[in-house]
Design a protein around this ligand. Structure first.
Ligand code: ATP
Length: 302
């Protein structure tokens, strides 16, 4: 039995877990290709439901298609990438379903950031070095909330920095004056700015040292509790995903081969590839425990 023939493997515990949850984003049979020579089928017939308020971890080795899928869900694909087929539906909190693939122009711009925001791989390096944090946060608000006055924008920007654990006095700082951890927190503040219902985080902390990474992850968990957005969290770091995710989808060569609760993936993985992936992290037999979820240790300086 292959995943292609049967769809991803999952357990009865998974079905019980998802039964009571409301979907916020649904992908059906999504296929994405890079039109190069020869063409690369980066995502093959992926179906996936993200539920309101959940953290879904996307695991799999480099090149398996995680980033491409994430970009597809948020309509951020650029040539030579093309969404060959499939549907993506956003189930808005208002009760309206949005056909994401069909969005064009202003409707597409309003959807991105407003409904689904993204923290990119290496995002901390994409802050503009010659523009203050105030202006960069302010620009997101000016573009998407044109009715906001300057005072209101400033207040919201300060509030956003506070939310991500950065002193609002930093509003007048420039990127080069901030540590890597702070810059990444500012990027998360930007992603939070419009109160999205989904945040896609692609390796958001990989470039940071472990202590700073932990601090930021705990912040994301706290914010999720408070604002109830769903998170698609992408990383190679399976041990980390096991700690922070409600569910984990395991990708291999463009397909999701297994999707289950973090608990089931950890203790009862069914797919040989998932087991192989788990076995490749010796730390999983160690004592990393529930460090992020419990926040049991002191947050480091970041
Ligand atoms: N611009 C491109 N042109 C051609 N092929 C590409 C392009 N970008 C990605 N690919 C290919 O698409 C496949 C999926 O890549 P993708 O970056 O989505 O994987 P990933 O799992 O996110 O990897 P990583 O963890 O290294 O970011 C890979 O085979 C990759 O080589």
């Amino acid at each position: 039995m292959t995943a292609t023939a049967t769809g991803p493997l999952s357990s009865a515990a998974h079905d019980a877990y998802t039964a009571g949850l409301a979907p916020v984003l649904t992908a059906r049979d999504v296929s994405i290709e890079y039109e190069v020579d020869p063409p690369v089928q980066a995502v093959k017939d992926v179906s996936l439901t993200l539920h309101r308020g959940e953290i879904l971890g996307l695991a799999g080795e480099s090149g398996c298609g995680k980033t491409t899928l994430a970009y597809g869900l948020d309509r951020l694909l650029k040539p030579p990438a093309i969404l060959r087929s499939g549907e993506v539906t956003f189930h808005d909190a208002s009760g309206v379903d949005i056909d994401v693939v069909g969005l064009r122009g202003d409707a597409l711009r309003a959807f991105r950031w407003d409904k689904v925001s993204m923290v990119f791989q290496g995002a901390m390096n994409s802050l503009n070095p010659v523009i203050s944090v105030r202006k960069q946060l302010g620009d997101v608000l000016t573009t998407h909330r044109p009715q906001m006055g300057r005072k209101e924008r400033d207040a919201r920007s300060a509030e956003l920095l506070e939310l991500v654990g950065v002193d609002p006095a930093r509003l007048d700082s420039f990127a080069h004056e901030l540590s890597g951890g702070m810059r990444q927190r500012v990027m998360i503040a930007m992603a939070l700015a419009l109160g999205p219902q989904v945040m896609i985080m692609d390796e958001p902390t990989t470039a940071l040292d472990v202590v700073v990474q932990r601090g930021i992850l705990r912040e994301i968990m706290r914010l999720r509790e408070r604002f109830d957005f769903a998170v698609v969290f992408i990383t190679h770091d399976l041990p980390l995903l096991l700690e922070i995710s409600d569910r984990i989808a395991v990708m291999r060569e463009g397909e999701i081969v297994e999707i289950d609760t973090a608990e089931s993936i950890y203790s009862r993985a069914q797919h040989p590839y998932t087991r192989q992936l788990l076995a490749s992290f010796p730390s999983l037999t160690g004592d990393r425990g529930s460090f992020v979820r419990t926040g049991a240790e002191q947050e480091g300086a970041s």
